[in-house]
Design a protein around this ligand. Structure first.
Ligand SMILES: NC(=O)c1ccc[n+]([C@@H]2O[C@H](COP(=O)([O-])OP(=O)(O)OC[C@H]3O[C@@H](n4cnc5c(N)ncnc54)[C@H](OP(=O)(O)O)[C@@H]3O)[C@@H](O)[C@H]2O)c1
Length: 262
């Protein structure tokens, strides 16, 4: 473990990932998100060197700011980029329209692509190194009112698979992590936690953080968290009619939870 950039490190899965990576010998972290106070507090509490960049990743100059920070503070070295920052705003297409699709794509896809473009030369120079993209099981299976979010995560998964093949020969590993329901600030899963029958399907950020670590340099190509969520993806391919029936039935409305961004 050397220098790692973790985006979306102020809360949830990103924060848990920073705490997990900080345990590794030789770890040096760069925490990225908008809320400076939270980043400063986390950086000060970690048992390794940690700096931060408070930036909105959808800003035009965000990738250059992170790269300049790495050059100034970490000798231009980067061994691991964790693209984790993301959000969801639930709406049907009739309600949210193309503006909601654009908002999701800007943060969950375009910002990831632009940051990766700016940092790939550093990762190549430091190879063996890795990029871990945090997508979602919603990037394999889409539900009502999650179309814009799912579109951004489907895009991220498709692009990640291609990048995996392109960068493998040069030693930049590309890992893909696809969480299911995980209780965080942005995805509180309140509706699921309120009912005994669905409470058990909600996981913890620490479990995703472990999977992100496993998908780092020299690690796994992909992980669902928790693992049984892979069955949703398998079922979408092997049993499309059955999957559609389940996802349009009465019980399916319970599976579209409200989010922190709304
Ligand atoms: N929790 C789940 O159920 C679940 C399931 C599948 C996938 N995921 C994915 O996991 C990732 C992390 O989500 P989470 O559950 O940990 O949610 P979270 O607690 O809301 O964390 C989101 C992080 O992204 C940062 N962020 C949001 N907009 C940003 C922007 N414009 N610029 C920079 N940083 C921004 C937030 O920090 P600031 O507000 O300080 O900027 C925060 O640190 C996301 O990509 C999400 O899609 C989550």
């Amino acid at each position: 473990m050397g220098v790692a950039v973790v985006t979306g490190a102020s809360t949830g899965i990103g924060k848990a990932t920073a705490i997990r990576l900080a345990r590794e010998p030789g770890a040096e972290l760069v925490l990225v998100a908008r809320r400076e106070e939270l980043l400063r507090e986390l950086a000060g509490s970690l048992p390794c060197r940690a700096t931060y960049v408070a930036v909105d990743l959808t800003d035009e100059d965000a990738p250059e700011r992170v790269r300049a920070h790495l050059e100034a503070e970490h000798g231009g070295t980067l061994h691991l980029l964790v693209n984790n920052a993301g959000a969801a705003w639930r709406a049907s297409f009739a309600e949210g329209g193309s503006a909601n699709v654009r908002r999701h794509m800007e943060l969950n896809f375009d910002a990831v692509v632009r940051l990766t473009e700016a940092l790939l030369p550093l990762l190549r120079k430091a190879a063996p190194s890795a990029i871990v993209n945090v997508a979602s099981t919603a990037g394999r299976v889409s539900r009502a009112r999650t179309g814009a979010y799912s579109a951004s995560k489907f895009a991220l998964i498709g692009w990640s698979d291609s990048l995996y093949a392109e960068e493998k020969p040069g030693g930049v590993h590309v890992g893909l992590v696809m969480p299911g329901f995980v209780r965080t600030e942005g995805f509180p899963a309140t509706e699921l936690r309120e009912k005994a029958v669905t409470r058990w399907i909600v996981s913890k950020p620490e479990k995703v953080a472990e999977a992100i670590y496993e998908c780092g340099p020299g690690g796994r190509a992909e992980r669902y968290v928790p693992r049984p969520y892979a069955l949703a993806a398998i079922s979408r391919i092997l049993f499309p009619s059955l999957t559609r029936r389940v996802l349009t039935g009465g019980a399916a409305s319970n599976l579209t939870t409200s989010t922190g961004s709304e």
